[in-house]
Write a protein that binds this ligand. Structure first.
Ligand SMILES: NC(=O)c1ccc[n+]([C@@H]2O[C@H](COP(=O)([O-])OP(=O)(O)OC[C@H]3O[C@@H](n4cnc5c(N)ncnc54)[C@H](O)[C@@H]3O)[C@@H](O)[C@H]2O)c1
Length: 247
């Protein structure tokens, strides 16, 4: 059976690779993103390859808009069986310079945005007694991360939220797992490197036992597996795809 997948932050980086992998597995895909034009471009590319895909522009921090976006997805592609939450903002600031505005927006997008999407999607999954949830968290939420207090706190929250949802819905055929990437070559990472907030890729690679940065496909392959029927006994797990950077 073809389960409809919603991927937030689907227009770029990891989300984009995840949309492509899920589409190749014949999942109808809804690309949800703040950047509606980029989301529409990807949905168009997928449709050009004969996949079913729609784009919906949404700010995941806005609950009313999220509920409306899921209604649009249902109208176009049917009930939602798979949710992947990749939308996030990042930032680097010494702790004392994190403003309450930085804090509030980061928590609103990364943590509350994940909560909003989970609450919108889960009723469809309980109705079908089947669901797959994968949140994209971060190694920062596992270990902490220098100059990223707001980001690391939001991602630690995503890990705890995912584990709790896994427990509450395990008996209902719904799994929830989180992938916490370390460093993956995406537009987000390159922007941080360009602003000298992160070192270059050669330096970063030396911090990783596998001696290379991750790719969107590394993450997407695991994500697609976690969304499969075969992964039905895996839930509540933090599954590192990080070249051994966090063990
Ligand atoms: N790239 C890395 O090294 C890395 C490391 C650890 C964790 N992550 C996590 O992986 C996920 C994807 O990151 P990426 O590197 O692909 O970033 P990216 O910037 O390439 O993609 C993020 C996407 O999210 C969208 N987005 C941002 N705010 C949004 C909002 N309010 N509502 C809807 N969409 C919004 C952006 O428009 C963008 O398309 C994020 O959750 C990030 O925290 C990435």
């Amino acid at each position: 059976m073809s389960r409809t997948a919603v991927v937030t932050g689907g227009a770029s980086g990891l989300g984009r690779a995840i949309c492509q992998h899920l589409a190749r597995q014949d999942r109808p895909v809804a690309v949800l993103d703040l950047d509606g034009d980029a989301a529409e471009r990807l949905a168009g590319e997928l449709r050009g390859k004969k996949h079913r895909a729609v784009a919906v522009q949404v700010d995941v921090a806005d609950r009313v808009a999220v509920d409306k976006a899921f209604d649009e997805v249902r109208a176009a592609l049917g009930s939602v069986g798979i949710l992947v939450t990749s939308a996030a903002v990042s930032g680097f600031l010494p702790f004392e310079q994190v403003t309450s505005g930085d804090w509030t927006r980061t928590i609103a997008v990364n943590l509350t945005g994940t909560f909003n999407c989970l609450q919108s999607a889960i009723p469809d999954m309980t109705a079908e007694s089947w669901g797959r949830i994968v949140t994209i968290s971060s190694a920062a939420g596992q270990t902490g991360s220098l100059r990223q207090a707001h980001y690391a706190a939001s991602k630690g929250g995503v890990i705890a939220l995912t584990k709790t949802v896994a427990l509450e819905y395990a008996a209902k055929g719904i799994t929830a797992n989180t992938i916490p990437p370390f460093t993956v070559d995406t537009p987000l990472l390159r922007a941080a490197q360009k602003s000298k907030l992160l070192p270059g890729s050669e330096v970063l690679a030396r911090m990783i036992p596998a001696r290379r940065l991750g790719t969107g496909d590394d993450i997407a392959a695991m994500c697609a597996f976690l969304c499969s029927d075969e992964a039905g006994y895996i839930t509540g797990q933090v599954i590192g795809v990080n070249g051994g950077a966090v063990t």
